[in-house]
Design a protein around this ligand. Structure first.
Ligand SMILES: CC(C)(COP(=O)(O)OP(=O)(O)OC[C@H]1O[C@@H](n2cnc3c(N)ncnc32)[C@H](O)[C@@H]1OP(=O)(O)O)[C@@H](O)C(=O)NCCC(=O)NCCS
Length: 182
């Protein structure tokens, strides 16, 4: 069930069919979770719940490119599940939500996928759901993710000090936002 279509990806509703061995591997992969609040404690299939509801919208990111950047043959277009992106904690009165994303398939890092996915979901939130503001948080040092937000017109408004801890050191969290009409 296609919902949002971009140049190299499409976003479909995240349903239980995406809770596969590959997805569980991403959630337990220390590289993928380096800057995330997930992954510290091993998680199994039985512990995963689909968070889609009226205030949380989660998409599976389907890619039409193979890892080496070649377009796949037509019948395989958009066939590869490579990550997830969500709009969480939607407040329909204040009209805001928080965006979060994970490209789990590491062979696809650096190929512009997260930039495209954030564009699709922030446009969707601001222009179709009529939200006033979309926010995002990035742990200090996650350069790729900061670039993804800046390339999508998000502005940084503060750094929350000591908001994350990894291997003996505290890190700040950069807070970003984008308003409708920017
Ligand atoms: C961080 C992450 C989202 C980036 O996704 P991506 O699809 O590789 O990002 P893009 O390819 O769209 O890259 C955007 C820019 O960041 C750069 N970039 C990506 N990863 C980078 C890294 N690790 N270090 C430095 N720059 C990086 C890209 O080169 C690109 O820069 P350019 O436009 O100047 O060429 C992805 O690596 C990921 O999902 N990591 C694990 C989970 C995570 O950290 N999620 C984000 C939580 S806030």
């Amino acid at each position: 069930m296609t919902y949002l279509v971009g140049k190299d990806i499409k976003l479909v509703k995240f349903t239980d069919r995406f809770i596969t061995a590959k997805y569980i591997d991403w959630l337990n992969d220390q590289d993928v979770n380096r800057y995330l609040f997930t992954g510290r404690i091993p998680i199994s299939k039985e512990e995963i719940t689909n968070r889609n509801d009226g205030n949380n919208i989660m998409f599976a990111i389907m890619c039409k490119l193979s890892a080496d950047g070649d377009a796949l043959v037509e019948e395989e277009f958009y066939s590869e599940f490579i990550g997830t992106i969500s709009l969480n904690g939607i407040d329909w009165i204040i009209r805001k939500g928080e965006i979060g994303y994970m490209i789990g398939e590491k062979s696809h890092w650096g190929a512009g996928i997260a930039t495209e996915a954030v564009k699709l979901v922030s446009d969707y939130a601001l222009n179709r759901l009529n939200l006033h503001k979309v926010e995002a948080g990035v742990v200090e040092g996650n350069i790729g993710s900061i670039k993804v937000l800046e390339k999508n017109g998000f502005k940084e408004y503060t750094v929350i000090p000591d908001d994350y801890w990894f291997e003996g050191k505290y890190y700040g969290a950069h807070r970003f936002y984008k308003l409708q009409g920017w």
